[in-house]
Design a protein around this ligand. Structure first.
Ligand SMILES: *Cc1c(COP(=O)(O)O)cnc(C)c1O
Length: 364
């Protein structure tokens, strides 16, 4: 038995698919550069193997959210440009310079703090153009422009789109125009507005650098159209027990599912603590090969009941696996069924399942 086979749930992460996705996106944005956004432990998939893979195929800019994530990534990638989206936390300046991290400065106070810091290297500026989340407003930009920009090196001027997944929305053009206006008032720097979905709005949005996360990990960046990206993950759960439930029994907590015909129930070793959302109770669809096996009743913390009545006996035995997420039930679909988006589902998968990475020698 492999180590994985001893585990109840296996999350397989296809590093070749990540490589293919990165290369596909990089080709689409060239001559602009493509940064990888690997915050939240690379969207839950494990920052170590993913950062290493992306650096090997030429990625030079990496974005994470927090200082802790930046420190962890610095150990993995000694030479990469590492940008910290959540900005400069008061008192953390020395740690940024010691680790050679690039803060994305989000407020005028952060700009002043970085200016006064001994040994401060390059920094980015986030310009708020309508997301109203983090970033400098027009008055902040005017204040900086009045003194010919900050007294440190500017690497990137960033902004972030609110509705990039709605290509027809005029807000996208307005946000782009506002970033370009700020850029014209500030010293020369790279500019970047597009993330995964913004990348598909056309070359005008690519500027100097595109920051992609979700699309690299196989989430559909164009939700209104078929997914152009390769699927990266598969979540399998082991069948622990198969039983025939005769009417009038119920299945699961709350006895929400009442069996009316004799039903074969497979109990598998994954639940909401493995990232298989509780909201998929009585809704989720797993697969055994080509057989659909619907979730029966509520999902427990560690276990889920599946209807395997119609599956051949030799495929629905204890010790075999079902696909909770796979080729026939991709992440985005499962997430939609759960009432959420692929992003949230992905970041919640990484905890307990055994992570197994696929990487062919050829791709190295
Ligand atoms: C998370 C994030 C990204 C990456 O977004 P994706 O949609 O996952 O590509 C890019 N820029 C900023 C500011 C972010 O917060």
């Amino acid at each position: 038995m492999t180590e994985a086979e001893l585990r109840g749930a296996i999350l397989t992460i296809d590093l070749d698919a990540i490589t293919a996705n990165y290369r596909d996106l990089a080709r689409r944005v060239a001559p602009a550069g493509l940064a990888s956004v690997i915050k939240a432990d690379a969207y839950g998939l494990g920052v170590g193997p993913i950062a290493t893979t992306l650096a090997e195929i030429g990625c030079q800019d990496f974005f994470v959210a927090t200082l802790e994530e930046g420190a962890e990534l610095r150990e993995i990638l000694p030479a990469a440009r590492i940008h910290i989206l959540n900005g400069l936390i008061a008192g953390a300046g020395e740690e940024f310079t010691r680790l050679g991290l690039i803060p994305v400065l989000n407020t005028h106070q952060e700009v002043e703090a970085w200016s006064g810091l001994p040994g401060a290297g390059a920094a980015d500026l986030m310009i708020d153009t309508g997301l109203s989340r983090l970033g400098l407003d027009e008055a902040d930009v005017a204040r900086l422009a009045a003194v010919d920009g900050p007294d440190f090196e500017l690497d990137c001027l960033l902004s972030h789109l609110a509705r990039a997944d709605e290509p027809e929305d005029p807000m996208n053009d307005r946000q782009l125009a506002q970033l370009l206006k700020a850029r014209a008032r500030l010293p020369l720097a790279r500019a970047s507005i597009a993330a995964s979905s913004g990348l598909f709005l056309g070359a005008a949005y690519h500027l100097d650098l595109v920051r992609a996360g979700a699309a690299i990990f196989g989430i559909n960046p164009t939700p209104e159209r078929p997914n152009p990206m390769a699927q990266v993950i598969r979540l399998q759960a082991k069948i622990l027990q198969v039983r025939v439930v005769d009417s009038p029994q119920t299945v699961g907590y709350g006895a929400t599912h009442r069996v009316t015909l004799p039903t074969k129930v497979a109990t598998v070793a994954a639940g909401y603590a493995d990232g298989y959302a509780r909201s998929l109770g009585s809704l989720g669809i797993a697969y055994i090969e080509d057989w659909k096996v619907p979730v029966l009743g509520r999902i427990s913390m560690d276990l889920t009941g599946l209807d395997v009545t119609h599956v051949p006996e030799n495929l629905a035995r204890p010790g075999l696996y079902v696909d909770l997420i796979g080729a026939r039930n991709p992440l985005d679909e499962v997430a939609q069924g759960a009432g959420t988006i692929g992003y949230e589902m992905l970041t919640r998968l990484g905890g307990r399942p055994h992570r197994q990475y696929l990487k062919s020698k050829k791709a190295r």
